[in-house]
Design a binder for this molecule. Structure first.
Ligand SMILES: Nc1c(NC[C@H](O)[C@H](O)[C@H](O)CO)[nH]c(=O)[nH]c1=O
Ligand SMILES: CC(=O)[C@@H](O)COP(=O)(O)O
Length: 165
């Protein structure tokens, strides 16, 4: 049975958008560094990566939607760090944001990668931004490259899509 090939090659024509939250930038800067280093390690040049800083993770979806709808980017990588405080505010950011990002990817047929940390503490966040638990930015970048290549092997959608297709 033929299998679609998973690979981590970046084409010179592939452009990647990275939407990163400025909130908790002690963490998100490390996520961004990991994501950009990973894209470059797999062949991306500087002009193939566009970074958009947003105030907080709640603003990621609206910018990710605009970038995905443009048709210019093979994938949109999203990076943030939502750290629970005293109230339930984080609950009103995390799940709705994740759901919105998934819908954007499905709407435009472009990978929208979820690299947003949803943590109980700063320690947990730092552990996942280059600490003992890895770097979620690296993971999101790797997933972006692989999914772009996988979709390229898939048949094009039969039904007409939005302008980005
Ligand atoms: N508490 C965190 C926030 N809060 C800000 C929101 O994301 C948003 O910018 C504000 O509600 C205005 O719409 N954002 C994070 O990314 N991380 C947090 O821990
Ligand atoms: C996730 C957040 O918005 C967080 O910073 C809010 O903190 P708090 O719940 O203490 O207001």
């Amino acid at each position: 049975m033929p299998a679609l090939e998973a690979n981590l090659l970046i084409s010179p024509d592939d452009h990647f958008a990275v939407v990163v939250s400025r909130f908790n930038d002690l963490v998100t800067t490390r996520l961004l560094e990991g994501a950009v280093a990973t894209l470059k390690r797999h062949g991306a040049k500087d002009d193939q990566i566009t970074t958009a800083w947003v105030p907080g993770s709640f603003e990621i979806p609206v910018v990710a939607d605009r970038l995905a709808s443009s048709g210019k980017y093979a994938a949109v990588i999203t990076l943030g760090a939502v750290i629970q405080g005293e109230t339930s505010h984080h609950e009103y950011i995390n799940a709705p944001m994740a759901s919105a990002l998934m819908q954007i990817g499905l709407k435009y047929g472009r990978p929208v990668l979820f690299g947003v940390l949803t943590c109980h503490s700063m320690e947990q966040a730092l552990d996942r931004a280059g600490g003992k638990a890895g770097n979620k930015g690296v993971e999101a970048a790797l997933a972006a490259i692989e999914t772009v290549n996988l979709l390229r092997q898939c048949a094009q959608p039969a039904s007409p899509r939005t302008k980005s297709s």
